[in-house]
Design a protein around this ligand. Sequence first.
Ligand SMILES: [Zn+2]
Length: 91
Amino acid sequence: MKRIEVGTLVICDFCGQENDSMGGVLIGSNAVCGVCVDKDGKDKPDYIYADEVDKIFDKKKTFKDNVLAYRKEMSGTERGWIEIWGEEELN
Ligand SMILES: [Zn+2]
């Protein structure tokens, strides 16, 4: 497994975009941007997978600020990383 430092870059794990959307949610270890959240109302209590949503971020703050604050809360730093599995490990 490769661990790639991404610094303070915040990318939505659903659409792969870095954007200025507001809010966002956390589903497991996936950070989901405000655009994807609004598509099917992932932050609403009647969302069909509402029980899989671990955290609903503050809609008054940007997705990026929310994720950075969350990273800092969890790991003590705003700098994040992504983990990539190599083919040899998947076989
Ligand atoms: Zn997205």
